[in-house]
Design a protein around this ligand. Structure first.
Ligand SMILES: [Zn+2]
Length: 76
């Protein structure tokens, strides 16, 4: 008997962190740029993305997480 194990896996990773004024709390604090990607998995091995990656900014002061565009916060 053969079982085909497949599914989706969402991972989040820190892209960069920089000090900026938070749009939510108005305090200059570390803002983390987080990338979230969802991939199709076969036998628990991630193979290919099923949707474009999304980016979020997280504030170290108030903890607010808001959508961000990657190019707007590119470092370097
Ligand atoms: Zn904040």
């Amino acid at each position: 008997m053969f079982f085909l194990l497949f599914g989706l896996r969402t991972r989040e990773g820190l892209v960069s962190a920089t000090t900026m004024v938070c749009e939510v709390c108005g305090v200059a604090a570390a803002q983390s740029l987080i990338k979230r990607s969802t991939k199709f998995t076969l036998f628990f091995i991630p193979l290919f993305p099923v949707r474009p990656s999304s980016y979020y900014l997280g504030c170290a002061h108030c903890g607010a997480i808001r959508p961000a565009h990657r190019d707007a916060y590119r470092v370097g």
